[in-house]
Design a binder for this molecule. Structure first.
Ligand code: 5AD
Ligand code: SF4
Length: 441
């Protein structure tokens, strides 16, 4: 037997990339690659990149720079770049970085095996097409490998919203939804492999409109309800959503579908209508707040999460205040906030930027408020009973850890046999990044 070739994958950015990396590793696994934890141990290094904010692309180039000495030591080392930077700057990467052998955009991962053959012939390979076929349906996979209790499942890719700051519509392309039947089959396979919780992924996941078994077009709510029928699947989540696609049946599902977890990531980006308009978000602060009220009416204990951008071109102090007002009114259990970064090729990149020092200051002020809301939400859990899906051993001996229905990390003293199971827990203490609980029988 020949020794397995070694693959090291580094993932930047969103959960979609985490999922894609898993699928690519699986596909390369079918070609005899096994995954290792360090670049030094690898015969092939794959960097799965993100282009959503500036630093990620810069980071790619500096990471590639850092790989140069390793490449000199091991001239046979193969280096590949995947993901959205590959899509946006494929040619440029090939030109600037001769150590890169392979560039593959997010829509052509199923062509990796073919591309690897080119590498074996000593060629370089680049593919950043937007082909028609479903890349996941064509990726080789290992259906028997055991899984942890949680998994991602990509149901939709791409985005047609064209928010004026965002590269996703350009790097991931137009919205494409995967057929519901295929997703149900994959969900059943995941459950057979030990999965209890599935997070449905998509850049605009609630815009899902896949072909159903009955020939009709299914929205996300219909898909969620069908998944809820899968025996052994206990929990369903989805991310990331756009406010304008929160349709009535999806809101209703939050109230009456027990398996749909009470946590929702629903980015608003700004609280100023003037800025929302410039962002091409097609909703107002008011319509977003009314929407949250309706979702909370369906599921009062819902924990809400969001994304914010500060320092968007033209944002004044008054606009920023409107964002702070919205945050105060809505109340977030967790949130991500970013300083605007101009992405080449997007409409907003043409406009005059806000003073960077001012943007930094706003980001700090917003983050202070959001951190405090997060702390208060966690503190509010103390004394409450939650249900935890245990995923792994905790840091301290005898401890196990998992997630509550609200996506809070929870640790308890408990036996390893509970890993992969859901158990009732009373929260006794809120720590900065997790909750401490005790098992209740
Ligand atoms: N600058 C800053 N943040 C951005 N995001 C997307 N594009 C940009 C950009 N150009 C943020 C948005 C989005 C999240 C995934 O990243 O808040 O919801
Ligand atoms: Fe980007 Fe999300 Fe807007 Fe689509 S909805 S353009 S992915 S920010």
């Amino acid at each position: 037997m020949t020794e397995a070739k070694k693959l090291f994958v580094k993932t930047y950015g969103c959960q979609m990339n985490v999922y894609d990396s898993e699928r690519m590793a699986e596909a390369l696994g079918a070609q005899g690659y096994e995954q290792v934890d360090t670049p030094e141990a690898a015969d092939m290094i794959l960097l799965n990149t993100c282009h959503i904010r500036e630093k990620a692309a810069e980071k790619l180039y500096s990471d590639l720079g850092r790989l140069k000495p390793l490449h000199e030591e091991k001239p046979d080392l193969k280096i590949g770049v995947a993901g959205c930077v590959a899509q946006a700057e494929g040619e440029e990467i090939m030109r600037r970085m001769p150590i890169v052998d392979l560039v593959v955009g997010p829509q052509t991962y199923h062509r990796l095996p073919k591309m690897m053959e080119a590498l074996d012939r000593g060629e370089r390979a680049l593919d950043t097409d937007f082909p028609e076929e479903d890349k996941f349906a064509h990726l080789p996979k290992d259906r028997r490998a055991k899984r942890g209790p949680t998994a991602f499942l990509t149901v939709q890719e791409g985005c047609d919203k064209f928010c004026s700051f965002c590269v996703v519509p350009y790097t991931r392309g137009a919205e494409v939804s995967r057929p519901a039947e295929r997703l149900l089959r994959e969900a059943r396979e995941l459950v057979e492999r030990g999965v209890r919780e599935i997070t449905l992924l998509g850049q605009n996941v609630n815009g899902y409109h896949g072909l159903g078994a009955d020939g009709a077009e299914w929205g996300l709510a219909r898909l969620v309800r069908a998944l809820a029928e899968v025996e052994g699947l206990e929990r369903i989540r989805y991310t990331t959503s756009h406010p304008n696609d929160m349709e009535d049946d999806l809101i209703a599902a939050h109230g009456d579908c027990d398996k749909l977890m009470p946590y929702l990531h629903l980015p608003v980006q700004s609280g100023s209508d003037r800025i929302l308009k410039a962002m091409n978000r097609k909703h107002t602060a008011e319509s977003y707040i009314r929407l949250i009220e309706r979702i909370r009416a369906a599921r009062p204990d819902l924990v809400l999460s969001g994304d914010f951008i500060v320092g968007f071109p033209g944002e004044t102090e008054a606009d920023f205040q409107a964002t702070l007002d919205l945050v105060a009114e809505v109340g977030y259990g967790s949130a991500y906030s970013f300083k605007y970064s101009a992405r080449p090729g997007t409409p907003a990149a043409e406009r005059a930027p806000v003073d960077p020092a001012e943007a930094d200051d706003r980001l700090q002020r917003l983050q202070a408020v959001l951190t405090e809301q997060q702390r208060a939400t966690q503190a509010g859990m103390v004394g409450r009973r939650v249900r935890v899906l245990f995923e792994k051993q905790g840091r301290e001996p005898g401890q196990i850890g998992g997630k509550s229905e609200y996506l809070h990390a929870v640790h308890v003293d408990g036996p390893d046999r509970l890993i992969g199971e859901i158990a009732a827990v009373e929260i006794v203490e809120a720590r900065p990044n997790s909750l401490l609980g005790r098992l209740v029988s």
